[in-house]
Design a protein around this ligand. Structure first.
Ligand code: HEM
Length: 535
C-alpha cells in the first residue's frame, strides 16, 4: 500500500516538474523572441494544446494558422523552439528564400535533423548526410537521375502503368458500389516502379490483392503519426546522442535485413557474373567507379541550379560502398513512394471534380497516342503541354511535401533585416502556404492549370513554386517522379472516365502524416471508356 502511494507521489512530482519546465521554457522562449522583435509561433506546449483542443486538426492546419499569424503581423520571419532547444525560423519571403536556397547556400548546406551514427541503414542516406560528405555524395548521385538514365527506365514505368490499368479494371468490377479507393492501385503502382527501377526487383504488388513482401516492407518505411512513432522520432531527431545510447534506430531490424540482404546479393551476383541491370543499383555501381557523366544539355534550369559550385572535396568512396548503396536504394523507396503516390492521387481527384479539365487533357492524350502508334514514349509524355500544366497545378494546390527546411551552419544576417540567425538554428519553409498565398497566385483556392500555360508561367516567381524545393539541395528525384506520374495519369485518362463517387471527400481533408495524403482514402468512380481494350 505504502509502495503504491510513494509511486503515485513520485509520478505526481514528475508531472508537476514537467509542466513547470514546459511553462518555464515557454516564458523563456517568448522573452527570447520579444528581445529579437520576432513573432513567436509557440512551442511544444502550445502545439500540444492546439491538437488537444482541435482533435481533428492535422499538422498542416497548424502550419496554416502559423502562416496566417505571420500575414496578419505583416512579417516575413517568425520563430519557434523545438523540445531540444533548437530555434526554428519560419521564412516566407521569396527574396530571402533565394538567398537561403541558392545565393548563400554555403550557410545552409545541411538539413535540420542529425541522426545517430549507429543507425547503419540511414547514416549514408543522401538526405541525412552533411557538409563535405553530402557534397561528394550528391555530385556522384546527380548523374544517375538525368534524362538519359530516366529514359532507360521508361519501359519499366510503362509495364507498371499497364498493370495498374488492369488492376483498376478488376477493382471496379469487384466493387459493389461502383467506386474504389484509388490509393490502393496507386500504392501498388508506385511500389512496383520503385522496386524495379531502384532495385531491379519484381515487387509482385499486382499479383495479389494482399500486400506482397516488398510492399509490406516499403510501407513500413513510411512515416505515420502514432504515439509510439512520435516518441521514437523525438528521441531520434531531437536527442541523437540519447538515441545512440539507447540503440533507437529509424527502421526495424527486419527492414534492414530484407533490403540489405536483397540488394547486397544482387551486387554480388553482378560482380561475379559481370551481368548488368537496368536499375539504380547499376547506376550507383557505375557512379562509384566514376563512370557516369552528366551532359550539360540534359539538364533543366532546376537541375542547373542544383550544381554544386566550387571544389568537391568530400571523401565519397565509403559513402557509396555496398552499405551506402543499400542506404540510398532504401532512401529512394522512402522519398519516392509517398510523394509520388500523393501527386497521383490528388491529380486524379482534381480531374474527377473538374470534368472540363479532364476532357481537355484527354484530347491531348488521344492526339499524342494517335501520333505514336497507340503507345506512350518518354518523349511523347514530356511533349504534352497541358498534362504538364495539370501536374504543375496539382503540385501547387497539393504539394506532396508541404514543408522543407535547412540548418544554419554559420551565423547569418537575414538579408534586409537585423535578424541574426545563429549557427545551429534552422529555417522552415512552409511550401503549401506559399503556394496558397493570393499575392503570388490570384484566387489561390481555384484549381486552374492555366496558371502554368506558356504565356503565364513566366510570371511565377521561382521561389513561390517549391514542390521539389530549390537550389543545390533540391529534390534529386524530380525527373524520375514527373516521368512516372505523367505516364500513369495519361494511361488513366486514356482508359477511364474519372468521376467523383458518394464517398469522395469534397472539400478535401488531410491525414496527419509526413506527406500530404487524403484523410479517408481517395474514393472515386472509374468507368472504362468505350474503344479502349480490356485484356
Ligand atoms: C512528386 C514526387 C516528389 C516530390 C513532390 C518530392 C519533393 C521533395 C522535396 C520538397 C524535397 C526537399 C527539397 C529541398 O529541401 O529543397 C525532396 C528531397 C529529396 N527527394 Fe524528392 N520528391 C518527390 C519524389 C522523389 C523521388 C521519386 C525520389 C527518388 C527516387 C526523391 C528523392 C529525394 C531525395 C534523395 C531528396 C533529398 C536530396 C538531398 O538532400 O540532397 N524524391 N523531395
Amino acid at each position: 500500500m505504502i509502495a503504491i502511494t510513494s509511486i503515485l507521489w513520485i509520478f505526481f512530482y514528475l508531472v508537476i516538474f514537467l509542466i513547470s519546465y514546459l511553462v518555464y521554457s515557454s516564458v523563456r522562449n517568448v522573452l527570447f523572441f520579444r528581445s529579437k522583435k520576432i513573432l513567436y509561433l509557440g512551442d511544444v506546449l502550445g502545439n500540444a494544446l492546439y491538437f488537444l483542443y482541435y482533435k481533428k486538426k492535422s499538422m498542416f492546419d497548424l502550419l496554416q494558422v502559423n502562416y496566417q499569424q505571420m500575414r496578419e503581423a505583416q512579417t516575413t520571419v517568425a520563430g519557434n523552439v523545438e523540445v531540444n532547444g533548437v530555434v526554428n525560423y519560419m521564412v516566407i519571403d521569396p527574396e530571402m528564400l533565394k538567398y537561403i536556397f541558392v545565393k548563400d547556400f554555403d550557410h545552409f548546406v545541411n538539413r535540420r535533423f542529425k541522426l545517430p551514427e549507429n543507425d547503419v541503414l540511414v547514416t549514408k542516406m543522401l538526405i541525412f548526410v552533411n557538409d563535405e560528405k553530402w557534397k561528394g555524395l550528391r555530385s556522384k548521385l546527380s548523374p544517375t537521375f538525368t534524362t538519359g538514365k530516366i529514359k532507360r527506365l521508361f519501359p519499366l514505368f510503362s509495364d507498371s502503368a499497364k498493370k495498374l490499368v488492369k488492376y483498376v479494371d478488376k477493382l471496379m468490377k469487384d466493387s459493389p458500389h461502383g467506386e474504389i479507393d484509388l490509393g490502393d492501385g496507386y500504392s501498388k503502382f508506385t511500389m512496383d516502379t520503385i522496386a524495379s527501377a531502384v532495385c531491379g526487383m519484381n515487387s509482385q504488388a499486382f499479383d495479389q490483392a494482399e500486400p506482397s513482401i516488398f510492399e509490406q516492407m516499403g510501407k513500413k518505411l513510411q512515416f505515420t503519426f502514432s504515439a509510439k512513432n512520435f516518441l521514437r522520432f523525438t528521441v531520434l531527431f531531437a536527442f541523437p546522442r540519447l538515441a545512440k545510447l539507447m540503440s533507437v534506430t529509424m527502421f526495424g531490424e527486419d527492414m534492414h535485413q530484407f533490403f540489405a540482404g536483397a540488394i547486397k546479393s544482387s551486387i554480388k551476383e553482378r560482380n561475379t557474373t559481370g551481368q548488368k541491370g537496368n536499375d539504380f543499383i547499376q547506376l550507383m555501381l557505375e557512379a562509384r567507379e566514376d563512370n557516369l557523366k552528366t551532359e550539360e544539355e540534359e539538364m533543366s534550369n532546376f537541375e542547373k541550379d542544383a550544381i554544386i559550385k566550387g571544389e568537391v572535396s568530400g571523401k565519397i568512396s565509403e559513402m557509396l560502398d555496398d552499405d551506402g548503396i543499400v542506404s540510398n536504394c532504401v532512401l529512394f523507396i522512402l522519398a519516392g513512394f509517398d510523394t509520388t503516390q500523393s501527386l497521383l492521387l490528388f491529380c486524379a481527384y482534381s480531374l474527377a471534380i473538374y470534368p472540363e479539365i479532364q476532357d481537355k487533357l484527354r484530347k491531348e492524350v488521344e492526339t499524342v497516342l494517335e501520333e505514336n502508334d497507340g503507345d506512350f514514349t518518354y518523349d511523347s509524355i514530356h511533349r504534352m503541354t497541358y498534362l504538364d500544366m495539370v501536374i504543375n497545378e496539382t503540385l501547387r494546390f497539393y504539394p506532396p511535401a508541404p514543408i522543407t527546411d535547412r540548418a544554419c551552419t554559420q551565423d547569418y544576417l537575414l538579408p534586409g533585416t537585423d535578424t541574426l540567425i545563429k549557427k545551429g538554428s534552422a529555417i522552415l519553409v512552409p511550401i503549401m502556404e506559399i503556394h496558397h498565398d493570393e499575392r503570388y497566385y490570384p484566387e489561390p483556392e481555384k484549381f486552374d492549370p492555366e496558371r502554368f500555360s506558356a504565356e503565364n508561367k513566366g510570371k511565377i516567381n521561382t521561389y513561390t513554386f517549391l514542390p521539389f524545393g530549390q537550389g543545390p539541395r533540391n529534390c534529386i528525384g524530380m525527373r524520375f517522379a514527373l516521368t512516372e506520374v505523367k505516364l500513369a495519369i495519361a494511361q488513366l485518362v486514356h482508359n477511364f472516365d474519372i468521376q467523383p463517387s458518394k464517398r469522395t471527400m469534397i472539400p478535401m481533408e488531410f491525414q496527419n502524416a509526413g506527406s500530404l495524403k487524403p484523410k479517408d482514402g481517395m474514393w472515386l468512380a472509374l468507368k472504362r471508356r468505350s474503344g479502349t481494350i480490356e485484356e
